[in-house]
Ligand binder design. Sequence first.
Ligand code: PRP
Length: 207
Amino acid sequence: MLNIALPKGRLGDQVYTLFSQIGFECAAIYENDRKLVLESPENDVRYLLVKPSDVAIYVEYGAADVGVVGKDILLDANPDVYELLDLGIGKCRLAVAGPEDYQEDRERVLRVATKFSTVTKKYYSSLNREIEIIKLNGSIELAPILGLSDVIVDIVESGKTLKENHLKVLETIIPISARLIANRSSYLFKNDVISKMTVQLQEVLAK
Ligand code: PRP
C-alpha cells in the first residue's frame, strides 16, 4: 500500500484530482471530512490528510511514502527527502513586501517578519543586508501595519492580501510551485510504484 501525505485545503483538492487520474482514486475522501486517514484497498493507496507545512515531516520520517509540498517549505525546512517532480500547481512566489509608501533606510537594521526564516536569512545575507527576523506563524501582513516590522517575506499568490492591507511587493525572491516528494527508503523499496506514479503524473501534466 502506498501512503500519500496530502496537504489539507485547496492545494490538496487539486493534488487529489491529479492523483485520481493516475489510478489512486479513494472514494472515502468525499465521504468524510473529519477523518484524517482515508484508504482505498482496491487501489492500494492510503491518504493522510496533514497540514501543508507538515507534509515534508511525514515524508521525511517515513510516516508517508510520498507527499506534495510547496517549494517554499522545501527551501525553508530543507527536509531529507527526494524531490521528484514539479507539479506546476499551487503557483505563487516568495516575495519581500512592505507598505505602499515604503522607503528603504540602509543605515538601519531591517526588521523582517516572516514564517520563512532560513530563506529570508539566506536572501538578505546574499545582499549583505543586516536584518532582524521576527518569526510569525500566519497573518504576516499585520506586522508592518502595526510597526512590528519594516517589511515581510511571505507568499504572494493573487496579491489580494497585500492590496487589501495597503502593502506592495518590493522584490520577488523566488517563484514557487508544488512538488512531489518521496521518502528516501520508500523510494528504494517501493520504487516500482513511485517511479510509475512519477511518469504517469508527468504524462497527465503534459496534456
Ligand atoms: C498566504 C500568504 C498570504 C496569502 C497570499 O496566507 O501568507 O497571506 O496567502 O495570497 P494572495 O496573494 O492570493 O492574497 P495563508 O492563507 O496561507 O494564511 P496565513 O496567514 O496563515 O499564512
